[in-house]
Ligand binder design. Sequence first.
Ligand code: PXP
Length: 251
Amino acid sequence: MRSQLLLGVNIDHVATLRQARYRTMLGAHNVEPSILQAALEAEAAGAQSITIHLRADRRHIVDEDVYLLRKKIGTKMNLEMGNTPEILAIALEVKPDFVCMVPENREEVTTEGGLDVVGQKELLRASVSQLEANGTRVSMFIDPDLDQIRASAEIGASMVELHTGTFANEQGKKRTQEAARLKAAAELGHSLGLQINAGHGLTVANLPELFIVPHLAELNIGHSIVARSVFVGMRQAIAEFRAVMDTYTRP
Ligand code: PXP
């Protein structure tokens, strides 16, 4: 079956650029680049969702961005967040379409960098149930580890986002091995009823090797799109990703 692989464009690094110059004067008339313009460009280029990460230290996206984008974007909003009471309260107010739970502190991270769902099941379960009852579908950003997949299903998450950082950073045989781990994780997750997403470190060059992974519904891509946009603009950068993504066949 051929069904479109969805693209969530992470625009955090547009905010990173803005903060590098204007962090202390965000309301000023001359602040650039505009986060809203980045989101609208991404949508015009075919993104199905806009992904932003509101971090505890507000190092790129700030609260005003979240509220503004919620009002103005025409596609779905995917809010990445650490499971803290402060950010959870914002998410419950903003009601993003999706939340992706990510590690914020070192102790919430598994060896490879995903969220340790196994180690904090009850805390996560409570937040997942509040968010899902509030109309937000929740994803867990996890390593391709079978126990993390099972734990994500057990706590009532709708989706997992498989962490592709190791896959992206390795080459050759090690990358092939990591792709096999991602495949096994996707198969188990799918069999447990989870939607399978993936993200981190994905590029036009490495995507074809990822495509042995079945059941992929959505990819979240940020850094490479923003980096490429510096040279060719965001629409072209996204079109280049879209062209590769359209070669994916979902079983
Ligand atoms: N998915 C999640 C959960 C992330 O935290 C990030 C990085 O912000 C991404 C996807 C995007 O990764 P990259 O910027 O490397 O494409």
